[in-house]
Design a protein around this ligand. Structure first.
Ligand code: AHM
Ligand code: MG
Length: 336
């Protein structure tokens, strides 16, 4: 088979971007390549999930007090493994691990980046063949290169992210990542086993018609959030409502769709869980960064999400993210 040279692989793309920065070391390209590699391995297993006995609860409870599926552990091992053995990552923090892992081999301590990730988000959807994903955030460490990383390297506000991205294992598998220069999406071409550039320079439409929220929790949401949701459901000349409600229950798939089509995704606090469900460091922050670079916005309901100073690796946060004009509309209610 002749490879069509119009295609651009993830590796080629990141290396080409480097050329614009003569002083760049290429570490970020390496790191993204490693993430792409782990994603391909996870993708193979996710696709086989219906065939082999890798489904089901692993029988342990993770640090969030939730049941862990086998695939969560497999994905965690893949991402941790490629980053540990690569040359671009000094340490990781994962939804599946209580504490961060500071790599202490000579290559890793000389790396300048740390990576935080949720290896398999929406994993309860695997059993029913619904899209799931991986989410990651990359920060430049604040401790000196040459030493092992410390907690302060991981507890940085989202506005310090160097890159963030996600992989959606769906009808096709896509890797989308953002740096300050833009957001680009790559679709896995299974025939050559490469992520290829399919969605260059993604911009989130300024407005949209989709709102995504768990309606089952409606009566547990703060009144201001309920008021906004009610507005979404009504005819409204100024915003072209009523909007369409779409909620998959896999944030990666829900926010990916809203990023491409325009929309708003919300996981507010509830009376039972005032801080909501989602984790700030490896679920909310990466999407807030991606959406902001793409022209949208994100808030925790009080301040821009990216400005939140984290205090714990696994802290939760209410989360609202989406098209800029829908976020404006939401905020008129939140600020009332
Ligand atoms: P997980 O990390 O246990 O997979 O949970 C995160 C997922 C998100 O992908 C999704 O948006 C949310 O949980 C759905 O939660 P709910 O069922 O409460 O609406
Ligand atoms: Mg998750």
């Amino acid at each position: 088979m002749n490879v069509d040279r119009k295609i651009q692989t993830l590796d080629e793309f990141t290396i080409q971007q480097l050329r614009d920065f003569p002083g760049a070391t290429g570490e970020l390209s390496h790191l993204l390549r490693n993430i792409g590699l782990a994603a391909k391995r996870v993708n193979v297993e996710v696709n086989k999930a219906g065939l082999v006995d890798i489904l089901g609860d692993h029988g342990t409870i993770n640090v969030q007090g939730e049941e862990v599926k086998k695939m969560d552990i497999f994905a965690n091992d893949q991402f941790t493994g490629v980053l540990r053995h690569g040359i671009a990552c000094a340490g990781i923090a994962s939804e599946e691990l209580d504490d961060f892992v500071a790599f202490d081999d000579p290559k890793s301590v000389n790396s300048k980046y740390v990576c935080l990730f949720d290896p398999l988000d929406g994993s309860s959807n695997i059993d029913v063949n619904v899209s799931i994903g991986t989410i990651f955030a990359v920060y430049r460490r604040v401790t000196p290169v040459g030493t092992v990383t410390k907690l302060e390297d991981y507890l940085q506000p989202g506005n310090q992210q160097v890159a963030a991205g996600y992989i959606v294992y769906g009808s096709s598998t896509m890797l989308v990542y953002a740096t300050r220069r833009g957001v680009n999406g790559f679709t896995l071409d299974p025939s050559i086993g490469e992520f290829t550039l399919s969605h260059p320079d993604i911009k989130c439409p300024e407005s949209g018609k989709i709102y995504s929220v768990n309606h089952g929790n409606f009566f547990q949401y703060p009144e201001k959030v309920r008021d906004y949701i009610t507005v979404c459901q009504h005819k409204n000349k100024s915003n072209g409502g009523p909007y369409t409600q779409r909620y998959i229950g896999s944030m990666v798939a829900d926010v990916h769709r809203n990023l491409i089509k325009g929309g708003i995704f919300m996981y507010p606090g509830t009376t039972d869980k005032p801080k909501g469900k989602l984790r700030l460091m490896y679920e909310c922050n990466p999407f807030a960064f991606i959406m902001t670079i793409a022209g949208g916005r994100a808030t925790n309901g009080e301040i821009p999400l990216l400005d939140v100073q984290p205090t714990e690796l696994h802290q939760r946060s209410p989360f609202f993210v989406g098209s800029s004009s829908m976020m404006d509309e939401l905020e008129t209610y939140l600020n009332k």
